[in-house]
Design a protein around this ligand. Structure first.
Ligand code: 13P
Ligand code: SF4
Length: 341
């Protein structure tokens, strides 16, 4: 159903010549990554969302994996998980719309208990967040008495509540080392834990979670791309298998990868991560050629302009966290944020 048909309060979403003119500067910016046939649908939605944000005193936080029409069209803040958590903590708004996956919306709510936090589609999950339960953390504590537990931010609030401190892909080594112990448990991503283990003296005990997007990249695939593209630089996310990272020229969080491209301006680069990253970064780096292996995160792709507009119109879908879980989960996230100050 078209949003305009849902009720009389909804904005007119026709693509008029006036809207075409008003939105032309934005289209000029994104024209290489959004086909002309899609723009007449996107432009009125972007305009309506941006108006509603002002009326409702709302802000939109968008992860780097969001599609270009969201990333460049309606987001107030874009970034990796750490940047989004930090910005959520500072948010000056009544409503936060989280364009990302559910654990990101929960993190925003943990840091803003008195604000309305909306996620446009509650089905936007994460294979890592689903791979570990609070009972798993209790079992690990029995198996390794006294060993602190670090949780990757890609977990539910209920899991965070059982852990000592949170981390993201951009600060995992620092967080692990900050605990001052010889051993640390890092859940749930097995590959992130092994990649961190390779960069520190601390013995990092891994769990068995995997990101369904990053686990699929292989060394052979990277070698084949290198063979086909002279001078190709390969940069990878630390949720990839360790042997894939060994084959890459750089590894870092999504924000780290973006910065690497901005700083190095390689002639040709391949970002070994979710598909939308290359589109989003290409807009700001016109001199860089992006070679695009495409592994799509089906959860991130559940967020659309249409459901963002509906979230803002109808306060759909509000994130609530049980206060008994929220208090210890918030401590784990705030402890991480405090370490970065
Ligand atoms: P970043 O924190 O690097 O943005 O990673 C989040 C994520 O879900 C990667 O798959
Ligand atoms: Fe989760 Fe992987 Fe999707 Fe990131 S890319 S949200 S880790 S499933």
């Amino acid at each position: 159903m078209n949003i305009a048909q849902i009720n009389g309060l909804t904005p007119d979403l026709s693509y008029t010549p006036e809207i075409a003119d008003e939105m032309a500067p934005l289209y000029d910016k994104v024209k290489d990554v959004i086909p002309p046939v899609e723009w007449p649908v996107f432009a009125p939605l972007i305009r309506a969302i941006n108006q509603l944000k002002v009326e409702r005193h709302a802000i939109i936080l968008a992860h780097n994996y969001q599609t270009p029409e969201i990333f460049h069209g309606v987001a107030d803040v874009v970034g990796d998980s750490l940047q989004l958590a930090r910005e959520a903590a500072k948010a000056d708004a009544d409503i936060i719309v989280q364009c990302g996956v559910h654990f990101m919306a929960e993190t925003a709510k943990l840091l803003n208990p008195d604000k309305t936090v909306l996620i446009p589609d509650t089905g936007a999950g994460c294979s890592l967040a689903e791979s570990v339960t609070p009972a798993d953390i209790r079992d690990l504590r029995c198996q390794y008495p006294g060993v602190p537990v670090v949780t990757y931010i890609n977990t539910s609030a209920a899991v965070k509540a059982e852990c000592d401190i949170c981390c993201t892909s951009s600060n995992a080594v620092k967080i692990v080392e900050s605990l001052g112990t010889e051993r640390v448990i890092l859940v749930p991503d097995e590959f992130l834990a092994r990649n961190v283990n390779a960069q520190t003296e601390v013995d990092v005990i891994a769990f068995s979670g995997r990101c369904e997007v990053h686990e699929r990249f292989t060394v052979q695939e990277l070698r084949d791309y290198r063979a086909g593209h002279d001078g190709l630089k390969i940069i990878a996310h630390p949720e990839c298998p360790p042997e894939v990272l060994d084959e890459a020229d750089f590894a870092g969080s999504t924000a780290g990868m973006i910065k690497w491209v901005q700083d190095h301006q390689p002639q040709k680069v391949m970002m070994v991560t979710e598909c939308s990253m290359s589109d989003n970064v290409a807009v700001e780096n016109p001199n860089v050629e992006f070679i695009r292996p495409c592994n799509l995160c089906p959860h991130m792709k559940k967020i659309t302009l249409q459901n963002i507009l509906e979230a803002l119109l109808y306060n759909r879908h509000e994130v609530h966290i049980d206060p008994t879980i929220a208090a210890p989960a918030r401590r784990a996230v705030e402890r991480m944020i405090d370490l970065g100050r």
